[in-house]
Design a binder for this molecule. Structure first.
Ligand SMILES: C[S@@+](CC[C@H](N)C(=O)[O-])C[C@H]1O[C@@H](n2cnc3c(N)ncnc32)[C@H](O)[C@@H]1O
Length: 325
């Protein structure tokens, strides 16, 4: 259905959505949509700079299912779920008798229910398959296909902006180290859009490495890549990287391994979890830790990725090594 909307670049979409929600202009009856380059934010009316876009109404799925289910006296319709490619994940249990309706209306192959938290350092999801045969899910995002088994490896839809941001940076000719590569969340965007001289990738979860290798093939990556399975503090080779990606909430515990593989000018993109009240100061603590280890680093960017629960923030800071003492 044609609606007014603001077309935003992926990098600024989060801020724009927040702004229009705060102004009461976001039309929540429609899905926010995206294509290769832009995010389309539905608005309740025309404003300066808005354009028309064909949106899918949110109610389609729910109204139909709710009507059917009410007639049959069934509960938990309209339960929150997230969609990842050809699969959906319900946050809480749902009557098995209406599950197939979601499958047919949303045209998905697999339906899972979250049974607990993401487990351990390998970040293994706790998902129960309640519809379909499971196995591989394919998520297409910003021109990259991510293949994975959602019961074996995690995929955070909330990190979309940080992943797609990678495609706007030119990494041509650089040596990149991805210390927690997973299935290639960040590095596939880089490899698809730039031609680094070398990409060294590591993850401790063998299932992630299995899907990473598959994703490198499916996305026809031609650059030189070296893949390591194990703890990035112990299995990584001696090297000097131009850019280091640390996509792990505990990256602070890996700072020695990262600094040892840096040189003057290296940029380190570090993800970390911090209490909300420290979200603008934790980066200074990291600078101090590096200093004590003999590395002068400066924080050149510190951005919020997403809120994690009511009191914590997932942040991404970029540090530049300016001196080695
Ligand atoms: C939070 S996940 C990455 C999520 C991802 N950034 C996204 O966008 O969805 C962190 C990854 O670090 C890996 N990991 C944890 N400890 C590790 C270690 N010591 N060495 C290497 N990889 C590790 C996990 O297996 C997991 O794949």
């Amino acid at each position: 259905m044609e609606r007014s909307c603001i077309r935003s670049s992926k990098i600024s979409a989060d801020d724009a959505i927040k702004k229009f929600r705060a102004l009461g202009l976001l039309d929540t009856a429609y899905h926010i949509e995206q294509d290769e380059n832009y995010v389309y934010i539905p608005l309740i009316r025309h404003i300066g700079g808005s354009i028309n876009h064909d949106f899918k109404p949110r109610e389609d799925v729910f109204t139909g299912i709710e009507k059917d289910s009410e007639r049959r006296g069934l509960k938990n319709t309209g339960a929150p779920y997230i969609r990842l490619g050809n699969s959906i994940i319900f946050k809480s249990s749902i009557s098995r008798r209406i599950v197939y309706k979601y499958a047919s209306r949303l045209k998905v192959d697999n339906i899972y229910v979250e049974t607990g938290k993401i487990r351990g350092i390998k970040r293994e999801p706790s998902l129960k398959l309640i519809y379909g045969s499971g196995g591989e899910t394919i998520v297409r995002e910003s021109g990259v296909s991510y293949i994975m088994d959602l019961q074996k490896v995690m995929f955070s839809p909330g990190n979309i902006n940080t992943r797609s941001k990678m495609k706007f940076i030119d990494f041509t000719g650089m040596v990149i180290l991805d210390m927690f590569c997973g299935i290639g969340y960040f590095s596939l965007q880089i490899l698809k859009n730039s031609r680094p001289a070398r990409m060294v990738m590591c993850d401790i979860n063998p299932d992630s490495i299995h899907y990473l290798k598959k994703n490198l093939q499916v996305n026809r990556i031609k650059s030189k890549v070296d893949v390591y399975t194990g703890d990035s503090r112990s299995v990584l080779p001696v090297m000097q990287a131009d850019y280091i990606i640390m996509g792990n909430f505990n990256s602070i515990n890996f700072i020695v391994a990262a600094l040892l593989r840096s040189r003057i000018g290296t940029q380190i993109s570090m993800h970390y979890l911090t209490p909300t009240e420290s979200m603008n100061s934790t980066q200074d603590v990291i600078v101090d830790i590096a200093r004590k280890l003999g590395y002068v680093i400066e924080c050149i960017e510190n951005t919020k990725v997403k809120s994690v629960g009511p009191h914590y923030q997932h942040m991404n800071a970029i540090f530049k090594v300016s001196r080695i003492l």
